[in-house]
Design a protein around this ligand. Structure first.
Ligand code: ATP
Ligand code: ZN
Length: 286
């Protein structure tokens, strides 16, 4: 392949580490030392640009970069001409309304006529419109949560992950405005060659994501329980069953979804499974 795909990721911030990790888990090797602004992968036709996250949608829309990793919140706020190619499952956060903790907040209507500080005026304006509320939006670029205590606003619309920043500023979270996670965006008019590279990258990303949500499980079971256990662990196709040296016993190997794990373990033990081992999986190709 002669073409090279340009991927923009955040240089330093809450998206950076997981973006780099995801690409490396796709077996793409590149240098990611803090000082550089651009690096070319050694074993995949991709070049990585390190930028401020807010600049990424614009660069992807203009074709300076072909694809990029950003938060959905930034994509939604900027409304640039880019496609969302995939959701990536990290940097999960939400944009919420925060008000002083003694304010009586019933619904979005309680914001009528109020002044709301935010770095996300477009997303907030859509939320207010959807709820039929007229309020004043005061755009500020950082430290939004201190605005009410210094008399700059009556409420905020800001990013929340645990809520502790709001609480330490005397605010309470009262309404959800937008849920966000990291996404992969792309320029809408790429060459066939670049689309092919994206397809290969997406194939790898999907196998990494599937593997993360799945564990490899090995256990010993009496032969009379094998039917029951096989039904609990259907695996990718069906479990592997091998005889143990001890007569009447087998070893069973399969995969299990992380979110069903604890529920299934209990049922396996009830069914007579012993010596259960659970291992991480690096990649799954289905
Ligand atoms: P830059 O210097 O690149 O402009 P920034 O300060 O604007 O960085 P960060 O705070 O690093 O941005 O956040 C980047 C993105 O990470 C946000 O747009 C959001 O999608 C996500 N994010 C923000 N806060 C959190 C959080 N507390 N937990 C998880 N994800 C978050
Ligand atoms: Zn930013």
């Amino acid at each position: 392949m002669s073409e090279i795909l340009r991927l923009a990721i955040q240089k330093s911030g809450r998206l950076s580490e997981d973006s780099i990790k995801l690409i490396k888990e796709c077996s793409i090797d590149f240098s990611s030392s803090g000082a550089i602004l651009k690096s070319t992968a050694y074993n995949f036709p991709i070049e990585i640009l390190y930028l401020r996250d807010d600049d990424i949608p614009g660069y992807v829309a203009d074709g300076v970069a072909d694809i990029g990793i950003i938060g959905e919140n930034v994509a939604s706020e900027q409304k640039k001409n880019v496609l969302t190619v995939d959701k990536l499952g990290f940097s999960r956060c939400r944009l919420s309304i925060g008000v002083p903790k003694n304010m009586d907040y019933q619904s979005a209507k309680s914001l009528e006529g109020k002044k709301i500080a935010t770095s996300y005026p477009n997303i907030l304006s859509d939320f207010l419109y959807d709820n039929g509320v007229k309020a004043f939006i005061h755009e500020i670029s950082g430290s939004v949560e201190i605005a009410p205590s210094i008399g700059l606003a009556d409420a905020v619309c800001d990013i929340v992950s645990s809520g502790s920043t709001l609480i330490s500023n005397g605010l309470k979270e009262v309404d959800l405005v937008f849920r966000s996670e990291a996404i992969l965006i792309s320029n809408p008019t790429l060459s066939e060659g670049k689309k092919k590279i994206i397809d290969e990258l997406l194939f790898r990303i999907t196998s990494v994501k599937t593997a993360k949500n799945t564990k490899y499980i090995l256990l010993n079971a009496p032969n009379k329980s094998l039917d029951k256990i096989t039904k609990l662990l259907p695996g990718v196709k069906s479990p592997t069953v091998m005889p143990l040296a001890e007569p009447g016993w087998s070893s069973l190997h399969s995969v299990v979804k992380e979110d069903q794990f604890w529920e299934i373990i209990g049922k396996l033990k009830e069914a007579g499974a012993e010596g259960i081992l659970v291992l991480p999986i690096e990649k799954i190709i289905v």
